[in-house]
Design a protein around this ligand. Structure first.
Ligand SMILES: *Cc1c(COP(=O)(O)O)cnc(C)c1O
Length: 401
């Protein structure tokens, strides 16, 4: 098969849709008014922001005044957790509950709060990558300030029982935040119906622009302000609105939700063909994360005896953009905390490959992945002393292993 360019890293970021860019362009060019200005020229920008707020509210089932635009998912996570913690601490509640496999925007915020005197409980996510509702019930305490559990995991794609977790927190009177950055635009998300108090989302994960997201915050929660200054975002996050970004976020969300019923099954079918094909193609590999409760586009497979970084570099030479199971980007070779949280040992976690598909992915792309990935895995294993040892161990009788 001829070499192709296959972008299979849609959990990292997605392509901006041309239709979304078209909606943004006027606000990057001629409609440059400040939404806070009183004259009609500024009011046009203001109306565009308000219309975007309404779109988000309609698509995610919340009120427009529950939408606060941010610079992205990380900011929304930091804001939600810090503000809830501060507000609850004033009532003597200093216990936070989360999971071991959250995004670093959540985990590092919790770490910082721990240093400030909060106590953090991280729930296990088990070998299928899913939190158990009963374990949250057992972990809740009188002094629990906040529960923050992600909607869908960014590495292994597993979907959490958000509706049940939300209902439990509401029943117990505990604030519930979810990082829904990987879920919004990909699976149905219902802010009110799922009893969510706070929700983070980010436009560039659903074919919108980078650097813009939102925090949804239930009315009456008195979310503390993040940035002091002007009266933007109800006075909670000062700074002139990112009008083109906000318009782009809403346009991308509109399209993603409109098309979801068609695109999600098509993407899931490609995902399943890829999973089945890869698992059948190589010995000693495993799928990470629950097979059913997972994002339509997520494939995460560990190949024993392979080094993730080498795999990525080789795939890059074949035109494939993918991601691995170690945090090599941060300069460390530590295996991913997500893969360790579902019980993988370091060696196996290191040989992990994440391929994330989107509506741009074609059947020919999947064919190419199914041809290239197993060949690269075999090539790397053939020169790996680690693989030789793994296979050698198998050759020994069980009593001598
Ligand atoms: C990408 C991502 C974030 C961060 O979003 P940014 O907009 O890039 O800051 C947070 N949480 C999850 C689960 C993500 O996948």
């Amino acid at each position: 098969m001829d070499k192709r360019f296959v972008y299979a890293d849609n959990a990292a970021t997605t392509r901006l849709l041309p239709q979304v860019l078209d909606k943004m362009t006027p606000y990057l060019t001629e409609e440059y008014g400040n939404p806070s200005s009183l004259y009609a020229f500024g009011q046009k920008a203001h109306e565009a922001v308000q219309e975007a707020r309404l779109t988000v509210a309609q698509r995610l089932d919340c009120r427009p005044d529950e939408v606060f635009f941010t610079s992205g998912g990380s900011e929304a996570d930091n804001w939600a957790i810090r503000m809830a913690a501060k507000q609850q601490a004033a009532k003597g509640r200093k216990h936070l509950i989360s999971t071991a496999f959250e995004h670093h925007a959540v985990l590092h915020t919790l770490k910082a709060l721990e240093k400030e005197g909060f106590e953090v409980t991280l729930l296990p996510v088990h070998d299928n990558g899913i939190v158990r509702v009963d374990e949250l019930r057992d972990a809740l305490r009188e002094d629990t300030a906040l529960v923050t559990i992600m909607f869908a995991n960014n590495e292994i794609g597993t979907l959490q029982p958000i509706g049940e977790l939300g209902a439990l927190c509401r029943e117990k009177g505990v604030l519930f935040h979810t990082d829904a950055v990987q879920a919004v635009g990909h699976v149905p998300v219902d802010f009110a119906g799922m009893n969510i108090d706070m929700l983070s989302l980010s436009a560039h994960k659903f074919h919108g622009p980078k650097g813009v997201g939102a925090l949804l915050c239930r009315k009456g929660l008195r979310l503390g302000s993040l940035i002091e200054g002007g009266a933007q975002e109800s006075g909670r996050r000062a700074g002139t609105e990112n009008t083109p970004g906000i318009v782009g976020l809403a346009a991308a969300l509109d399209i993603a939700c409109e098309r979801m019923a068609q695109t999600a099954p098509r993407i899931a079918a490609m995902r399943d063909r890829l999973i089945d094909g890869l698992l059948a193609s190589s010995p000693r590999c495993r799928l990470n994360g629950d097979r059913e409760q997972r994002l339509p586009g997520n494939v995460n497979i560990s190949f024993e005896g392979v080094e993730g970084e080498s795999l990525l570099l080789m795939l890059d030479m074949h035109g494939i953009c993918a991601s691995s199971g170690s945090a090599c980007t941060s300069g460390s070779l530590d295996p991913s905390h997500v893969l360790l949280s579902i019980g993988l040992i370091h060696e196996v976690a290191h040989g992990s490959l994440r391929l994330t598909l989107s509506e741009d992915t074609s059947d020919e792309d999947v064919d190419y992945l199914l041809e290239t990935v197993p060949a690269v895995v075999k090539y790397l294993r053939d020169m790996s002393p680690l693989w030789e040892r793994i296979v050698g161990e198998d050759a020994l009788p069980a009593s001598q292993r």
